[in-house]
Design a protein around this ligand. Sequence first.
Ligand SMILES: [Mn+2]
Length: 359
Amino acid sequence: MAITVIHCADLHFDSPFSGLDSAHKAEIRREELRQVFGRITNLARTENADALIISGDLFDSSSVSSQTLRYIKEKLSQISDIPVFIAAGNHDFNAPGSFYRLFDFGKNVHIFSDEIEKIECKGFNVYGVSFAAQEETDSKLKDFCVDDTEQINIMAIHADIDGAYNPITKQEIQESGLDYLALGHIHMFSYKMQFGKTCAVYPGCPEGRGFDELGPKGVVKAIIDKNNVDVEFVPLSKRIYHEISVDVSGAESYETLCGRILLAMKGSPDDLYKIVLVGEAEFYIQPAVILESLHCFSAKIVDKTKAKLDLKELSEEYSLKGLFVNELLNQDKECENELLKQALSYGLEALSGEKVKLP
Ligand SMILES: [Mn+2]
């Protein structure tokens, strides 16, 4: 018999989204994060899941809005026939005063304590353990082994394999006797990781929250039986974060430049973009002018361009820069020597009072 599990982690509800350019967009994103949870419970319903597992960092911090709590409870009550298991992580550790102890999430929801517990379901066992503090420096999987190897055994845990937060080891996973280890903590989908007979997966976060969480985000649908685990990544995020690099060299107008950027922006205008401009700028580029013509939900320009230098004009300047350029051009009229080019570029940066960035 195979069971279907929807496995998610790291929602980080009520994140500040401070990287956005306005407070109202941050609030839009917090609402979208809530709605993504609705997509997850919907998926559990349509897939007829045997369990929904949330492997920690459901909340970003110990302060949670009542609006968010009510929303979660409403969504969980809509799948009241599906058991839900929560193992708290380092951001939402389960300690006295935590919302995990103060709020009633519903009859179908089990929140694990900081000692490994086993819950018996129809045809499978779910183990789990929560963080009790922000830091758990010892592995919570140490010396663990399932007690019934005939049964399908899964575990929900927030952990960092060979890392710092609940540092479980590959050896411990291999010796656990588990069929499926539902991990949380790493915000990127790990694909299926196999340690002996145990399949372990990080689903990543279901919604990106910044440019360190690029690309499609979602949850995992795992079909588990005693001999095999089928892992499918299900993208669910409302928006996607992209980082693109655009060479501005030779673009003599904003129109040309924006054309290049729009061509490089392959996602939807509802997405979020970090646009890194590189190359030699023909004119002084003002990000506000570009942003105005992109018409997307959010974009941020990082200008790494270098001003195109007119060496002849500079060499005629009556200034320290002029003398410097003249001195170097006397050594190589066409300035073709690579070392000379670098000396020129760094020297001019230094003379302009800029920080010189050596490669
Ligand atoms: Mn996290």
